[in-house]
Design a protein around this ligand. Sequence first.
Ligand SMILES: [Zn+2]
Length: 233
Amino acid sequence: MTTPQQLYNLQEIDHRIDGIDAERERLQKRLAAGVNRPDLTSDAEHHYARAVAVGANVVSRREEMERLRERLNSLEARLYSSNTSRRDLSTIQREVDSAKYQLNQLDELLLELEEEQRTHEAAALAARDEMATAAVEWQDLIEALNDRLAELEKDRETTASERQVLAAALPAADLQRYERLRRNKSGTAIAMVDNGRVCLACRMTLTSNVLRQLRDKSKQVPCSTCGRILYQP
Ligand SMILES: [Zn+2]
């Protein structure tokens, strides 16, 4: 004769196995789905390309400044030369002023360009860093998930052999009935009785007839509402 207590113990083990299987499925799904790692490759490439283009512009503007400075030097040399005629002097002076003005303009432009170049360089690096960090985080997560899966696997083996020992002690007909009930009653075949009079699975108050029958601890008494086998410790 199988007692409700034996079936309840078996169910406790089955619920543990259910919990392990549910967690295992969740972790496997998580691993299979991967993670939404940010793909900032095009972002990084865009900023890098801009930084290179602006950098080339900076180089050519510096060369332009160099040429302007040389021109200014030679103009100033002529300006202070004793061989220069008075009429030429005013022309040269105008050219000197113009060259100085252009130099100033170029200097300001260069400051702006260099700032723009730095901004794009920093943005390209930030995008690459962000991707690298996400990749490392994902690797760590994969490791943690796999560690947990291995733990669950071991736990499941131990629990399954515990179940085997318990199940082997029960008559086949009782075991089949229990398993059929588990399938039909969302995993719970055996319902604990609470406060001495309530079925904990369906929350209905038990009839006095059922309560009377429950005094015999070896008897399998079904709940008259949900049909589960009642267990009163
Ligand atoms: Zn019930």
